[in-house]
Design a protein. Sequence first.
Length: 114
Amino acid sequence: QVQLVESGGGLVQPGGSLTLSCAVSGFSFMWYDMSWYRQTPGKERELVALISGTGGTTNYADSVKGRFTISRENTKKMVYLQMTSLKPEDTAVYYCKAVGLGTWGQGTQVTVSS
């Protein structure tokens, strides 16, 4: 079955950096675009970044453009989100998801605070 396992979250100071990882299994990874979402309490999940199956095309939410970088390793079935210049408003639970598949992972908490 489809499984996504996010990791790499934690507590970081404003201006700091963090890289999230997502290990996937149960589907033909290279054929799917992948995405990162984030969610804070009381709000809907927000799409943060998208990457095409080949990794050649990426898109970002305006709020993270220039600070976050999404990437993938198809041979390892991994997706990454490199986050730099972190702000308190980036605090959220981050999830990865295959576009077109309904399964969510457990998410990983990112807290940006001094």
